[in-house]
Design a protein around this ligand. Structure first.
Ligand code: PMP
Length: 360
């Protein structure tokens, strides 16, 4: 069966090598006579899968020893609540609003305490990242929150905000493992894995140990305490076992690619092909301020809704799928995560050139 070039924003393309390995191991994982879906999360085989996954992630991201890695459930959206419930000691948090996901996290935090938007790019449909060098961060803020890569709008923080010494919390769902990061600059880095790492249902939380305490908001459910998951090494209850297994395979794949430095180069090259074309096209145009452009999500428009729809339809017919922009913004969006091969982007650009010639 032919595979398509899948430009979905998530769940998204995974490396073919990984999918094939999963297929090969489906009936009998490592001589256990069963698939990973069928095995106890307390078994030796699974213990090795989760421990190896954590070790490989630590190596890839160079995660310092004073950070825990948690494999949880509930998607990125459950973190919108878990973060304030666990971190709001003063019940004060400052949010930077760069899109719908940041806004959702912000709205959720307001349920639990005094959350304030200290910056926003809503005035220009989130097409840029606000200047965050001197924000009115409050002295008693428990943390400053960002969505580092804005999946819907295609923007990315190229420099982290000046949090004035406060803990930085970042949703990296759509840029996870796309380039090296300095973990020590964050209190929490978290993301759903369904864009760059694995199947939906697993969320990875990398959290500095001093933020993991018993001192959480009253009424916080047991399952929403970081401490319970940290103390139990992500095995307090049944974890998203198959998802963790696939994540582990993607970590190995990333290591084989050469690690995050190499991924960054590849991603810059891939995104560069598309952005260069958009910058020179007479029909298509990018919608994001150049300096804030994401390497992962590339939104673009023709300026004519009918033509956008025609493009999406014709692209789909020849195997470039899921190019429709988010329902809230329209137009097109090509998500080009780690596993999208460079040929996928080159061929898409060829197709766009042809479409341009036919429709100008
Ligand atoms: N944050 C970002 C940046 C996202 O792109 C998404 C999903 N598209 C979410 C959060 C929500 O993720 P989930 O569906 O896993 O809750």
């Amino acid at each position: 069966m032919e595979r398509v070039y899948n430009f979905s924003a998530g769940p998204a393309v995974l490396p073919e090598e990984v999918l094939k390995e999963c297929q090969e191991e489906m009936m009998n994982y490592g001589g256990t006579g069963m698939s990973v879906m069928e095995m106890s999360h307390r078994s030796k085989a699974f213990e090795s899968i989760i421990n190896t996954a954590e070790d490989d992630l630590r190596e890839l991201m160079n995660i310092p020893d004073n950070y825990k890695v948690l494999f949880l459930q509930g998607g990125a959206s459950l973190q919108f609540a878990m973060i304030p419930m666990n971190l709001m000691k003063n019940k004060v948090a400052d949010y930077i609003i760069t899109g719908q996901w940041a806004k959702k996290a912000f709205e959720e935090a307001k349920i639990y305490g005094d959350a304030v938007a200290v910056a926003s790019s809503a005035d220009e449909t989130f097409s840029y990242i606000p200047d965050c060098s001197d924000l009115p961060i409050r002295d008693n803020a428990d943390y400053v929150y960002i969505c580092e890569n804005n999946t819907i709008y295609g923007t990315k923080f190229k420099t982290l905000p000046n949090t004035k010494g406060k803990t930085l919390v970042a949703d990296v769902s759509s840029c996870f493992l796309s380039e090296p990061v300095d973990v020590s600059k964050y209190g929490i880095i978290y993301g759903g894995v369904q864009k760059n790492i694995g199947p939906a249902g697993t969320v990875i939380v990398i959290i500095r140990e001093d933020l993991i305490t018993e001192d959480v908001l009253p009424g916080t459910p047991t399952m929403m305490k970081y401490k319970i998951h940290a103390d139990n090494k992500s095995l307090y209850n049944t974890p998203p076992a198959y998802g963790i297994y696939v994540c582990g395979k993607v970590f190995k794949w990333l290591k084989a690619q050469g690690g995050l430095g190499v991924m960054k180069e590849k991603n810059e090259k891939k995104a560069g092909i598309l952005y260069d074309f958009l910058d020179n096209s007479k029909l298509f145009k990018g919608t994001v301020r150049k300096k804030d452009r994401s390497l992962m999500n590339v939104p673009f428009v023709t300026g004519n809704e009918e033509l956008d729809a025609k493009f999406i339809k014709e692209a789909q017919a020849v195997g470039f799928v899921n190019l429709k922009g988010h329902r809230s913004v329209g137009g097109m969006r090509a998500s080009i995560y780690n596993a999208m091969p460079i040929e996928g982007v080159e061929k898409l650009v060829e197709f766009m050139k042809k479409f341009e010639a036919e429709n100008l």
